[in-house]
Design a protein around this ligand. Structure first.
Ligand code: SF4
Ligand code: SF4
Length: 110
């Protein structure tokens, strides 16, 4: 927990933090995960104040859609990847984007 709090603090101070600092109405923005980059290390889960993310085994269809090298990488990380089951709760704080060590998350307007 202490580690997660430190991650939030670091992300909040990041100069490249995009979005609207949690001022956006729910569902006006959403995070998009690049599965070819994601290594399933859960920083997004740790920093999101609205519980948008979960990390779990990649769906077969998503795995099959990856390039050969991305499939190797995803397999090397236990086939864990981030999904956004609560994307409609996103308030565009931007924390996940700057916290992700793989730069796998983009914040887009819905
Ligand atoms: S999207 Fe980024 S922070 Fe989230 S699990 Fe994947 S690599 Fe980690
Ligand atoms: S920008 Fe990222 S961390 Fe912030 S609310 Fe949306 S999904 Fe969660």
């Amino acid at each position: 927990m202490k580690d997660a709090a430190a991650k939030v603090k670091r992300a909040a101070a990041h100069p490249d933090r995009p979005g609207e600092k949690c001022q956006a109405p729910a569902a006006s923005w959403r995070p998009v995960v690049d599965r070819a980059r994601c290594e399933g290390k859960r920083d997004c889960v740790d920093v999101c104040p609205h519980k948008v993310f979960e990390v779990r085994t990649i769906d077969e269809a998503d795995f099959a859609a990856l390039s050969f090298f991305a499939r190797l990488k995803v397999r090397a990380h236990g086939k864990q990847t981030a999904y956004t089951p609560n994307a409609d709760q996103c308030r565009a704080c931007g924390l996940c984007v700057v916290a992700c060590p793989e730069r796998a998350i983009t914040l887009v307007r819905s």
